[in-house]
Write a protein that binds this ligand. Sequence first.
Ligand code: MN
Length: 304
Amino acid sequence: MHTFPKSEVTLTPRTVSLTTRKGVEVRRTLPHRDIFMIGAWAFVDHYGPTTSEEMSVGAHPHIGLQTVSWLFSGEIEHRDSLGSVQLITPGQLNLMTAGGGIAHSELSLASAPLHGVQLWIALPKAFRDVAPDFAHYGELPVINKDGVTYRIFVGDFLGASSPATIYSELVGVEFTSPEAGTVEIPTRTDFEYGVLVDEGSLKINGQGVEPGQLHYIPEGNGSLRIESQGGFRALLLGGLPFEGKIVMWWNFIASSHGEIVEARKAWEEASSRFPSFDDRVNHRIPAPEMPNLTLTPRPRSRVS
Ligand code: MN
């Protein structure tokens, strides 16, 4: 049984150039050196608003996770190895369940600057190999309360439920306000949470948090106090602390080094585990070389 930080901590993003996302730098707050996961949320990439015309992401594989695409502005055309073709716009959710294996590509359309997040949800071990799936949710619950608008894209919040299919207890909510104010957000005492600030400077439980930062709140809190001097946009991500250890490498989440090696080989050999598909990006991203070491499954924190 490992222990975990019992105090709040603000995580500052690192800037990452993705092998899969040409010309776009992302601000990554998870995994972080100290905190790998919040609930099953295993990956938080925050990008844009871009100034370039277009962002394309060639075909690449995933296993063992769900990807959550959530936009603040812009449009992306998603295609995958199940044959899905889907446009996503702000306020909608694209949820791709990789399970045993899926490949996808993304083409952003030049209608508006691209600005949003790409999140990964680790699948619990019992569901890591579920059949791949892609779902688009065009309508999600929206709640207006005390001057704040909440868009619930995953889980249950303020009595509303996202229709998205997930495999552990989680919540994902965008919350925005056009003006200054103070709000108490109810939280579950058995959940840990992160608040990713996109716009505005917030005080979260009295701690200053700037755009791009992810503020971590451990279990045991029944509410969050958010103070803002002006309009803001932020994401609330929370969940039951994740059970078990995972290996994350490139676009894969698995239980062991060997499973990662197998998935990498299947992609490199264009095996039927990742069926090919047609898209307008017309580029297939090769897997990077594996590091010269054995990847070790890790718990949600390095503190133990
Ligand atoms: Mn992807």
